[in-house]
Design a protein around this ligand. Structure first.
Ligand SMILES: C[S@@+](CC[C@H](N)C(=O)[O-])C[C@H]1O[C@@H](n2cnc3c(N)ncnc32)[C@H](O)[C@@H]1O
Length: 286
């Protein structure tokens, strides 16, 4: 197998980070191929860990069941958080690969792996087609990403293609009632929910694809209850969700911020809890 290593330093040169101020918080602004969503990923992860009561990482480790020598591919690996988690269990004899369409997130992943001295391989690539040979991996994972892909079926068929016989696919994503409180908040500041928002897409798409293929799917549901300290903290989280970064027309920025400030000032206590509803699918190849 040939690996196309992405050079972190080259990417850094092409997209130097810039920082701006949004709603009193520092966020890095849209530049080149790096978008607000990329920057927001690490912040969202941090809030999930700090304020949540559920540890998705442990559940993933249980399902992935990393073993010495395993070959694992994480599709749309983002900043590589999960690949590092698996690497600590799989060890040097295995192969762990992360791919993502975002050069800047792959750059973050490479840096973090270097810092932790982990032997990981990253590549900037799309989920469809996957740049790997057939039967190349024992496990393929894809966390919180599938429903962002334009062609979910295409990506799922690629995952099946690169999987070795008896291999497994582990997928996580939002269940259909995920983040209801964020959607309520979004509406309360006068915005419509975009039809392209993916929380309904994930479960329905995965169930439909594998039933058409005649393949058995195991499905589990979990809940991460996030308790915010203040409405401001809730709003900061909202500003980092893809509902906001990818679907809100940023030219309305001032108007949106004014509405958010008004809601925060009311301190209604209505927006302090967020229930992240998670669906996990496990598909085993015969
Ligand atoms: C919400 S993030 C999840 C990242 C990571 N899996 C995690 O759980 O932390 C979604 C990721 O999907 C990536 N992505 C979206 N569309 C993609 C595509 N067609 N091919 C590869 N990556 C894609 C984005 O760049 C982003 O890193």
């Amino acid at each position: 197998m040939e690996w196309d290593y992405t050079k972190a330093d080259e990417i850094e040169k092409n997209c130097p980070p810039k920082v701006g101020i949004m709603f009193g918080i520092k966020v890095k602004q849209v530049i080149d191929n790096r978008n607000v969503g990329d920057y927001a990923l690490a912040d969202r992860q941090a809030i999930n860990w700090k304020c949540g009561n559920f540890d998705l990482d442990s559940v993933l480790l249980q399902y992935v069941s990393p073993k010495q020598g395993m070959r694992l591919l994480d599709v749309a690996c983002g900043n590589g958080h999960h690949t590092r988690l698996y690497a600590k269990k799989i060890g040097n004899k295995g192969t762990i690969v992360g791919i993502d369409q975002s050069a800047s997130l792959i750059q973050d992943a490479i840096k973090a792996a270097r810092q932790e001295e982990l032997d990981l391989r990253y590549q900037v690539a799309f989920a469809d087609p996957l740049p790997f040979e057939d039967n190349a991996f024992d496990v393929v994972t894809c966390n919180y990403a599938l429903y962002h892909f334009e062609d979910m079926d295409g990506a799922l068929s690629q995952m099946v293609r690169v999987l070795a016989p008896l291999g497994r696919i582990i997928l996580t994503g939002p269940s259909s009632l995920n983040n209801q409180e964020i959607f309520d908040f979004h509406r309360s500041i006068g915005l419509e929910v975009s039809a392209s928002v993916g929380r309904e897409r994930f479960e329905l798409g995965v169930r439909r694809y594998f039933s058409q293929q005649g393949m058995t799917v195991r499905e589990e549901h979990y809940e991460n209850r996030i308790q915010f300290e203040s409405e401001r903290e809730f709003a900061n989280y909202y500003l980092k969700t893809r509902l906001f970064t990818d679907h809100v027309d940023q030219t309305n920025h001032e108007w949106i911020m004014a509405n958010i400030e008004r809601l925060i000032a009311s301190e209604s206590g209505q927006f302090l809890i967020l229930n992240k509803r998670i669906t996990l699918f496990e598909i085993s190849l015969r």
